[in-house]
Design a protein around this ligand. Structure first.
Ligand code: ADP
Ligand code: MG
Length: 709
């Protein structure tokens, strides 16, 4: 038997169970099973007596016998188990005793199955968060395990499972048996995946030890060593693969050469109305070094909203121009493109460089003229929406493509930029994003790109005062907005997409809108509304009315999240704020605080707010640091739910390591991978052959990604 043996041939599996293992858990081979690790362990030494359970404990494990179960309807009435219709049951309550006391286990889901399982008299181990409800100690949806799964050690692995698997007889105990058989089958001939010298240098236990101990730990120490080894390996191979891509690209001679800074850059720089921040200077130097290196730049520029990315973009574009090339800046919406155009034109005045705007609404005549100007090279910088990557748009010599707010662009759209270079060479690419990404995530998502961070705000920015209030403050909130409008300011009011159905969402928004126009009636107040179901024209119309100051209030869904700059807006009200993610709230808040005035963000809290949501809101009131918020968001929700990560298609949900929790291992693994590549870029030394083999398997399908941005 080897790792590649189909799982069906493992004794005790067979075709039927094999099909289930594949459909439920993605396990196809014996090797897959061996790499399917427990998500936690029962430590028999840490069972708590019910009498000692305190609701302040984070999580506990009790062992007890089911004394009785009860079923309740939604209205609280008890239902009789005879002829029960389970879909009318709202809640299952099981009273469990262990001799020292009693405790209630409560279930709202999977009731039928759990009811049958928890038959009175049978014993289980319950694991969960204790709480008190109506004077009684309880746990809601505890994990329920058989009391004696396996008795090989003090620690028993608990595996993810499903009702279907359990119905097919694959219980926790059977799972352990299958895994034991799989280990016996493959361990004798198992190839060590990491070279011997790496195990030594990094103090890692051998793979065979790690695999055995991750499933059947003899003690906590062995488990910790096993888990460290497997996490390190996973993160190390991933980083090695990303860094190798980066290395290959940085060695290829495919970069348009831009050796000088040029006059346009200097003219613009010398006329700047302010000093660049230290961070802006550093980033511009990084970009300049890339552009003159002879290798193609592929750089991500991260900077919080308002950190001054536009200026960096302009100066980078001017480097391209100073070397005889053109540049383009691509924005995700027409409004943003217009805004960039207005700002950039201002900065370019002293340079004489021609800049034009091309969007979906550019007329035929203007378009023709732009096309001609791009082809003959008289237009230096083109700004636009995705209209500028259409095939009809041909540059004389495109040297730099800048993409703003990267996660709004599809992968194909970015790929099309590559074909617009000069002399068969791709343009340099600078991707700008205002979504702060936790460091560990950036190392992975953009592990093969160079990353620049603007981590300093221009001086003189006034902090945004953020407060979180309940429904009882709605009138006060309206009055506050009236005061601000009286001072000549404007306000955003944002509604989340709350319900499953879009119809309901817009109903919610419309009700809010009606309330607002009642509270802020014509002719004294003008309210604009923007949402995803409007035509583009209506959207643009309302948005520009607000941007130009013709409307005092903009009511919208989250479509304004990205980039719009209305410096005169001083209030951001976010309705049902608890429904938003932390990063998203932070992005929204960043829409104000851009002018000279003091700005406010008011988080309207709904009536039912979970502890965790409240924690998010409190954190937002406490800090304006986008990176700190992003780190926290990832800790609370996991990396998979962060904005912009789903589209990436990258392996952020790893098998054993966690980007949220294993940041230190990740940083170490990346540095070590870099160190190995520095010595042996091709991984061709005999001692590194196992690494080259691992990368060839391309577990993460990373290969294509480097082609994109
Ligand atoms: P971002 O695109 O990163 O959100 P912007 O480039 O729009 O930020 O800059 C936000 C504001 O800060 C703009 O009004 C810009 O003129 C101003 N700004 C940029 N850099 C500086 C600086 N070094 N000093 C003062 N103001 C700056
Ligand atoms: Mg911007």
């Amino acid at each position: 038997m080897t790792s590649d043996t189909a799982i069906q041939y493992l004794p005790g599996v067979g075709p039927k169970r094999a099909a289930l293992l594949e459909s439920e858990l993605g396990i196809k081979t014996v090797g897959d099973l061996v790499h399917f690790y427990p998500f936690r362990y029962i430590d028999r030494s840490s069972i708590v007596r019910i009498a000692d359970v305190h609701p302040d404990l984070a999580q506990v494990q009790v062992r007890g016998t089911v004394l009785r179960t009860r079923l309740y309807a939604k209205n609280g009435a008890e239902l009789q188990p005879e002829n029960i219709k389970y879909n009318s049951v709202n809640r299952l309550s099981a009273i469990v005793g262990d001799g020292s006391g009693e405790m209630e286990m409560v279930f709202f889901k999977g009731i039928k199955w759990m009811h049958e399982r928890l038959s009175p008299g049978s014993a289980f181990i319950f694991f969960g968060k204790p709480a008190v409800f109506g004077n009684r100690l309880n746990m809601v949806h505890p994990e329920v395990d058989a009391p004696d799964g396996n008795t090989t050690g003090v620690l028993t692995g608990i595996y993810n499972s499903s009702e279907k698997l359990k119905n097919a007889g694959i219980t926790g105990r059977v799972m352990l048996k299958l895994i034991a058989a799989a280990l016996e089958g493959i361990l004798p001939s198992l190839q060590e995946s990491l070279p011997e010298y790496i195990l030594k240098e990094k103090g890692l236990v051998p793979l065979s030890f790690a695999l055995r101990q991750i499933h059947f730990p003899i003690d906590q120490d062995a488990l910790a060593k096993a888990s460290y080894r497997l996490k390190f390996e996973e993160l190390f191979l991933l980083q090695l693969s990303l860094l190798k891509q980066k290395y290959v690209r940085s060695r290829a001679d495919n970069g348009l050469p831009m050796p000088k800074v040029g006059e346009a850059f200097n003219a613009c720089y010398n006329a700047l109305p302010y000093q660049l921040t230290g961070a802006q200077k550093r980033v511009i130097k990084e970009i300049r070094d890339d552009m003159k290196s002879g290798h193609q730049m592929n750089r991500l520029l991260q900077g919080d909203v308002g950190s001054g990315k536009t200026m960096v973009a302009v100066l980078s574009a001017l480097i391209a121009i100073g070397n005889g090339y053109q540049a383009c800046i691509m924005a995700p919406t027409e409004v943003l493109a217009q805004q960039h155009f207005a700002n950039v034109s201002k900065y370019l005045k002293p340079t004489g460089v021609q800049v034009r705007l091309l969007t979906g609404s550019t007329g035929v005549a203007a378009r023709r003229e732009i096309h001609a100007g791009l082809r003959d090279g008289s237009i230096g910088i083109l700004i636009g929406t995705h209209a500028l990557i259409e095939d009809t748009v041909q540059f004389r010599a495109l040297g730099l493509a800048i993409v703003d707010e990267q996660h709004r662009f599809g992968v194909d759209q970015r790929a099309r930029l590559w074909s617009k270079g000069y002399n068969e060479m791709p343009p340099h690419v600078l991707v700008m994003t205002a979504t702060p990404i936790p460091r560990t995530l950036a190392m992975t998502l953009y592990g093969d790109l160079d990353v620049s961070v603007i981590d300093e705000m221009p001086p003189g920015r006034k902090p945004i005062q953020t407060l979180c209030v309940g429904e009882n403050k709605r009138h006060a909130m309206h009055n506050f907005i009236r005061d601000e409008i009286a001072k000549g300011r404007q306000a955003f009011i944002v509604y989340p997409l709350i319900f499953e159905s879009e119809k309901m969402d817009y109903k919610n928004l419309e009700l809010g809108y009606e309330e607002i126009i009642k509270a802020f009636p014509l002719p004294n107040y003008k309210v604009a509304i923007v949402h995803g179901q409007q035509s583009n024209q209506d959207k643009e119309f309302n948005m520009s009315a607000f941007a130009a100051g013709r409307a005092n209030i903009l009511v919208s869904t989250t479509v304004i999240e990205v980039g719009v700059d209305v410096p005169n807006a001083s209030v951001m009200v976010i309705e049902s704020a608890e429904r938003f993610g932390l990063s998203q709230l932070h992005q929204l808040r960043g829409r104000v605080g851009r002018g000279a005035e003091r700005s406010y963000c008011i988080l309207m809290r709904g009536t039912k707010v979970s502890k965790e949501s409240q924690k998010r809101l409190d954190l937002l009131c406490a800090t304006e640091d986008g990176f700190e918020l992003a780190e926290e968001d990832m800790k609370m929700r996991g990396p998979g739910d962060l904005e912009g990560t789903q589209q990436s298609g990258l392996p952020i949900n790893l098998n054993i390591a966690s980007l949220a929790k294993d940041g230190l291992i990740l940083a170490d693994a990346r540095a070590y991978a870099q160190h190995i590549l520095d010595q042996d870029p091709g991984l061709s030394a005999p001692k590194n052959v196992p690494l080259a083999n691992e990368l060839r398997r391309d577990k993460y399908g990373i290969r294509d990604y480097s082609q994109i941005s």
